[in-house]
Design a protein around this ligand. Structure first.
Ligand SMILES: [Ca+2]
Length: 221
């Protein structure tokens, strides 16, 4: 299999709403000719950003979540499930989630030592293990089995793969995600009270589960 390529083309970019040093990269994928403008922060590749107030931008169809949308230098961004699948089959990748409490403004983080997506035929099912961090493991809420989203398929408004038989968990506010019935991790809403990282509340860290801003990133081991 071809190797994962990263070409550094620019340094020290400044992003809206997040302050840090960034490296802008082009990604080249094995088996395809596409090149994707992307951003690394401290070696982490940004795969999602959300600052609620972005209209219904996350209320999108399967093909959009498959291919990706938004701008990694802007307020919202989804890297794309197909590219995530192609990257995460090339070796072991870590996932880092950073969330800002809508109540307190404080940031928390969750890391998973292993992260991969299945292919499109598997509906890009997510597989996570090796949690660490102070935000809690909202993908694996042991006390609420129907909220465990680790292992779930991806669901969009036009491709319902969740476990809620009476409808889809992806409504106007909740956006595409790996839903169960439904879950307490969800960062692709366009409202502050749609985005949630439920372990913030379950662990007593914050009054509610709601997330003001958030981002996700991956790094190859
Ligand atoms: Ca359903």
């Amino acid at each position: 299999m071809a190797t994962f390529l990263v070409e550094i083309i620019e340094r020290n970019m400044s992003l809206l709403d997040f302050s840090s040093d960034y490296v802008n990269v082009n990604l080249s994928f094995p088996n395809t000719t596409q090149h994707v403008a992307s951003i690394l922060i401290g070696g982490w590749l940004i795969i999602q950003k959300n600052v609620p107030d972005t209209g219904s931008i996350f209320n999108r169809f399967w093909i959009d979540y498959r291919n990706g949308f938004g701008d990694p230098t802007g307020k919202y961004f989804w890297f794309g499930n197909e590219k995530l699948y192609q990257l995460t089959v090339t070796g072991n990748w870590k996932l880092r989630v950073e969330v800002q409490s809508n109540d307190t403004g404080k940031w928390y983080s969750a890391e998973y030592a292993s992260f991969r997506l299945g292919n499109e035929a598997s509906k890009y099912a997510i597989n996570l293990s090796g949690f660490t961090g102070d935000a809690g493991d909202a993908f694996n809420v042991a006390t609420y089995p129907t909220w465990v989203t680790n292992g779930m398929k991806f669901t969009t408004i036009d491709n319902d793969n969740d476990n809620w038989s009476n409808g889809t968990c992806t409504n106007d506010e909740s956006g595409g995600w790996w839903w169960n019935q439904c879950g307490t991790s969800g960062l692709n809403s366009f409202t502050s009270e749609g985005n949630s990282w439920g372990t913030l509340q379950l662990l007593g860290l914050t009054p509610t589960r709601y997330v003001k801003s958030g981002r996700m990133m991956i790094k190859k081991n």
